[in-house]
Design a protein around this ligand. Structure first.
Ligand SMILES: Cc1ncc(C[n+]2csc(CCOP(=O)(O)OP(=O)(O)O)c2C)c(N)n1
Ligand code: SF4
Ligand SMILES: [Mg+2]
Length: 300
């Protein structure tokens, strides 16, 4: 069945009226994950732009037609481990247990709880929407923020020239937990994203499933809202955000038919405006090395 047919046959679980910014990748990802999971699900959305945008109905202008919790920034996977266990004990294995969390809540504050749940094989799907920063509190850098990004805590200026470290590559760290299913996805490749959400939900029945999704943020990254999908496309094409999945111990890379350079990717993105040629070369080097590693792992 095509992904359009899948979307036609399912309903939006999140009602209209969210206060996310125009062109927000996070909202698109959240809507698709919730739609494919359906109302027979329990969701967790920790503090961040998506909880802040009111998906749980706190702003009285929208809401969600399934139970949804705002967990803490650092305990989402632990919280949902308890929820999952309760449903298992009651024999309600039909209920989807789904967390949708930002990169801060996932790669930094919530990593201990996430790693624990993954190692235990908790039956749930955990989706990280990665906008490379703590966007809801004013665009601070996170561990997934790219080198040289100008953020509110790493402003490019006289003292420093944007973030001084390369990004932490969380998806591979999660894959190395040897979980049931692990994949990267992007809203620019919707058929692939929908298929991976479905696979993740299926894998969440016997064990832990993890999806890491590129989430363009026009406000924090400083580009026009209409460019969101274009930015996501270029992130994939430049291997800044390579698409792959790992199931049954086998990593498979999605084909990148028209690779572009990192320089082409950063064009027009405000947070990279002051990137030096040394930083650009360092990012390109990291991207090439990481892709080569993924190719090696895929060949195993
Ligand atoms: C322990 C803790 N520290 C700080 C905060 C304040 N806070 C709320 S949302 C948020 C940003 C979360 O970033 P991320 O998870 O990446 O989601 P995004 O805002 O980017 O969607 C922060 C720092 C908090 N809620 N809890
Ligand atoms: S700041 Fe970025 S992530 Fe947050 S709602 Fe706006 S576009 Fe989305
Ligand atoms: Mg974030």
């Amino acid at each position: 069945m095509s992904y359009i047919d899948v979307l036609k046959q399912t309903q939006n679980v999140m009602t209209p009226g969210s206060s996310a910014c125009q062109g927000c990748g996070g909202e698109l990802i959240l809507r698709r994950v919730m739609q494919i999971a359906g109302s027979n699900s329990v969701f967790a959305v920790p503090p961040g732009c998506m909880a802040g945008a009111g998906v749980d109905g706190w702003n009285f202008s929208n809401g969600c037609t399934a139970p949804i919790h705002i967990t803490l920034l650092d305990n989402t996977a632990a919280f949902m481990s308890g929820v999952s266990e309760m449903y298992q004990r009651r024999g309600r294995t039909d209920v989807n247990i789904v967390a949708i969390a930002g990169d801060g809540a996932t790669a930094d504050c919530g990593f201990q709880s996430l790693s624990g749940a993954a190692e235990r094989g908790t039956k749930m799907l955990y989706v990280c929407y990665d906008n490379e920063g703590y966007m809801n509190t004013g665009y601070q850098r996170s561990s997934t923020t790219s080198l040289g990004s100008s953020t509110s805590t790493t402003p490019a200026g006289d003292a420093i020239n944007g973030k001084e470290q390369q990004q932490k590559y969380l998806p591979l760290i999660m894959a190395m937990h040897n979980i049931e299913y692990c994949a990267t996805a992007s809203p620019s490749n919707m058929a692939d994203l929908v298929a991976k959400i479905q696979k993740g939900l299926d894998a969440s029945k016997p064990g832990f499933a993890y999806l890491h999704v590129f989430s363009p943020c026009p406000i924090g990254w400083k580009f026009a809202p209409s460019m969101s999908i274009e930015v996501a496309k270029k992130a994939v094409a430049s291997n800044m955000f390579p698409l792959w999945e790992r199931e049954n111990g086998k990593l498979t890379l999605s084909r990148n038919p028209a690779p572009i350079t990192v320089e082409e990717f950063i064009r027009g993105i405000g947070k990279f405006k002051k990137l030096s040629s040394e930083e650009l070369a360092a990012i390109q080097h990291m991207v090439d090395e990481r892709y080569a590693l993924l190719v090696r792992l895929a060949a195993e």
